[in-house]
Design a protein. Structure first.
Length: 163
Protein backbone atom coordinates (compact mmCIF):
# COMPACT_ATOMS: atom_id res chain seq x y z
CA UNK A 1 0.00 0.00 0.00
CA UNK A 2 2.70 2.48 1.01
CA UNK A 3 4.83 1.39 -1.94
CA UNK A 4 1.91 2.09 -4.30
CA UNK A 5 1.36 5.53 -2.80
CA UNK A 6 5.06 6.40 -2.84
CA UNK A 7 5.46 4.96 -6.34
CA UNK A 8 2.67 7.23 -7.58
CA UNK A 9 4.44 10.25 -6.00
CA UNK A 10 1.53 10.90 -3.66
CA UNK A 11 2.51 13.47 -1.06
CA UNK A 12 1.26 12.23 2.31
CA UNK A 13 2.19 11.90 5.95
CA UNK A 14 1.78 8.56 7.69
CA UNK A 15 -0.21 9.11 10.90
CA UNK A 16 -1.94 7.07 13.59
CA UNK A 17 -0.91 3.75 15.02
CA UNK A 18 1.58 2.82 12.32
CA UNK A 19 3.35 6.17 12.73
CA UNK A 20 3.58 5.50 16.47
CA UNK A 21 4.95 2.00 15.81
CA UNK A 22 7.64 3.37 13.50
CA UNK A 23 8.65 5.72 16.33
CA UNK A 24 9.04 2.68 18.61
CA UNK A 25 5.59 2.12 20.12
CA UNK A 26 4.67 -1.45 20.99
CA UNK A 27 1.00 -0.96 20.08
CA UNK A 28 -0.82 -2.95 17.44
CA UNK A 29 -2.73 -1.57 14.48
CA UNK A 30 -4.70 -3.22 11.71
CA UNK A 31 -4.70 -0.36 9.23
CA UNK A 32 -2.60 2.35 7.67
CA UNK A 33 -3.65 5.96 8.25
CA UNK A 34 -2.46 8.78 6.00
CA UNK A 35 -2.99 12.49 5.56
CA UNK A 36 -2.43 13.46 1.93
CA UNK A 37 -1.84 16.92 0.54
CA UNK A 38 -5.15 18.31 -0.71
CA UNK A 39 -4.01 20.04 -3.91
CA UNK A 40 -5.54 18.94 -7.27
CA UNK A 41 -2.37 17.33 -8.67
CA UNK A 42 -1.83 15.28 -5.53
CA UNK A 43 -5.48 14.21 -5.41
CA UNK A 44 -5.11 13.00 -9.00
CA UNK A 45 -2.02 10.94 -8.07
CA UNK A 46 -3.82 9.64 -4.97
CA UNK A 47 -6.83 8.56 -7.05
CA UNK A 48 -4.54 6.71 -9.47
CA UNK A 49 -2.77 4.95 -6.60
CA UNK A 50 -6.08 3.98 -4.96
CA UNK A 51 -7.32 2.58 -8.25
CA UNK A 52 -4.07 0.57 -8.64
CA UNK A 53 -4.55 -1.10 -5.24
CA UNK A 54 -8.25 -1.81 -5.85
CA UNK A 55 -9.53 0.52 -3.12
CA UNK A 56 -13.14 0.11 -2.02
CA UNK A 57 -15.20 1.76 0.73
CA UNK A 58 -14.91 -0.28 3.93
CA UNK A 59 -18.16 -1.02 5.79
CA UNK A 60 -19.23 -3.54 8.40
CA UNK A 61 -21.88 -4.89 6.00
CA UNK A 62 -19.60 -5.45 3.00
CA UNK A 63 -16.50 -7.48 3.93
CA UNK A 64 -14.91 -6.87 0.52
CA UNK A 65 -15.91 -3.20 0.44
CA UNK A 66 -18.13 -1.19 -1.83
CA UNK A 67 -17.06 0.28 -5.16
CA UNK A 68 -16.80 4.06 -5.43
CA UNK A 69 -15.83 6.72 -7.91
CA UNK A 70 -12.10 6.59 -7.33
CA UNK A 71 -11.31 9.93 -8.95
CA UNK A 72 -9.60 13.16 -7.99
CA UNK A 73 -12.96 14.93 -8.37
CA UNK A 74 -14.60 12.54 -5.90
CA UNK A 75 -11.77 13.08 -3.40
CA UNK A 76 -11.92 16.87 -3.83
CA UNK A 77 -15.72 16.87 -3.38
CA UNK A 78 -15.37 15.02 -0.07
CA UNK A 79 -13.90 18.20 1.38
CA UNK A 80 -10.85 18.74 3.56
CA UNK A 81 -12.57 17.45 6.73
CA UNK A 82 -13.39 14.07 5.23
CA UNK A 83 -12.31 10.67 6.49
CA UNK A 84 -12.31 7.85 3.97
CA UNK A 85 -12.14 4.27 5.30
CA UNK A 86 -11.01 1.90 2.57
CA UNK A 87 -10.15 -1.70 2.02
CA UNK A 88 -7.55 -2.56 -0.60
CA UNK A 89 -5.91 -5.72 -1.87
CA UNK A 90 -3.02 -4.76 0.44
CA UNK A 91 -5.14 -4.15 3.57
CA UNK A 92 -7.11 -1.42 5.30
CA UNK A 93 -6.33 2.22 4.52
CA UNK A 94 -7.82 5.26 6.24
CA UNK A 95 -7.42 8.65 4.59
CA UNK A 96 -7.92 11.67 6.83
CA UNK A 97 -7.35 15.06 5.26
CA UNK A 98 -7.45 16.97 8.58
CA UNK A 99 -6.79 14.65 11.54
CA UNK A 100 -8.21 15.78 14.89
CA UNK A 101 -6.13 18.51 16.49
CA UNK A 102 -4.13 19.27 13.34
CA UNK A 103 -4.27 21.55 10.35
CA UNK A 104 -3.81 18.66 7.91
CA UNK A 105 -0.92 17.86 5.60
CA UNK A 106 0.97 21.17 5.75
CA UNK A 107 0.79 21.23 9.54
CA UNK A 108 1.96 17.62 9.91
CA UNK A 109 4.61 17.85 7.18
CA UNK A 110 6.45 20.56 9.12
CA UNK A 111 7.72 18.15 11.82
CA UNK A 112 7.35 14.86 9.95
CA UNK A 113 10.42 12.68 9.59
CA UNK A 114 11.35 10.44 6.66
CA UNK A 115 11.49 6.79 7.70
CA UNK A 116 11.76 3.48 5.96
CA UNK A 117 8.32 1.95 6.39
CA UNK A 118 9.04 -1.22 4.46
CA UNK A 119 11.96 -2.45 2.41
CA UNK A 120 12.87 0.21 -0.10
CA UNK A 121 9.95 2.50 0.76
CA UNK A 122 10.66 5.74 2.58
CA UNK A 123 7.69 7.83 3.71
CA UNK A 124 7.09 10.94 5.78
CA UNK A 125 5.95 9.92 9.25
CA UNK A 126 4.17 12.31 11.59
CA UNK A 127 6.31 13.29 14.55
CA UNK A 128 5.49 11.43 17.74
CA UNK A 129 4.42 14.74 19.30
CA UNK A 130 1.94 15.24 16.42
CA UNK A 131 0.62 11.68 16.79
CA UNK A 132 0.04 12.41 20.48
CA UNK A 133 -1.58 15.78 19.67
CA UNK A 134 -4.00 14.16 17.23
CA UNK A 135 -4.85 11.19 19.45
CA UNK A 136 -5.46 13.56 22.38
CA UNK A 137 -7.84 15.67 20.29
CA UNK A 138 -9.66 12.63 18.87
CA UNK A 139 -10.32 11.43 22.43
CA UNK A 140 -11.41 7.94 21.40
CA UNK A 141 -11.17 5.12 23.94
CA UNK A 142 -8.40 3.36 22.00
CA UNK A 143 -6.45 6.63 21.85
CA UNK A 144 -6.87 7.28 25.59
CA UNK A 145 -5.43 3.81 26.27
CA UNK A 146 -2.43 4.47 24.00
CA UNK A 147 -1.62 7.99 25.20
CA UNK A 148 0.24 7.14 28.45
CA UNK A 149 2.46 4.74 26.51
CA UNK A 150 3.08 7.32 23.77
CA UNK A 151 3.88 10.09 26.28
CA UNK A 152 6.39 7.77 27.95
CA UNK A 153 7.94 6.92 24.58
CA UNK A 154 8.21 10.62 23.70
CA UNK A 155 9.87 11.34 27.02
CA UNK A 156 12.35 8.47 26.53
CA UNK A 157 13.20 9.35 22.95
CA UNK A 158 13.25 13.15 23.14
CA UNK A 159 16.60 13.01 24.94
CA UNK A 160 18.02 11.06 21.97
CA UNK A 161 17.17 13.72 19.36
CA UNK A 162 19.79 15.98 17.88
CA UNK A 163 18.58 19.58 17.69
Amino acid sequence: MLAALAGADVRFVLIGGMAAILHGDVGVTIDIDITPAYDPDNLHRLANALHAIDARIRTDDAPHGLPFDCSAEFLRNLGPDAILNLTTRAGALDITFSPAGTGGYRDLERDAVPMTATEGVSVLVASLADVIRSKSAADREKDRRALPRLHELLERTSGNRRD
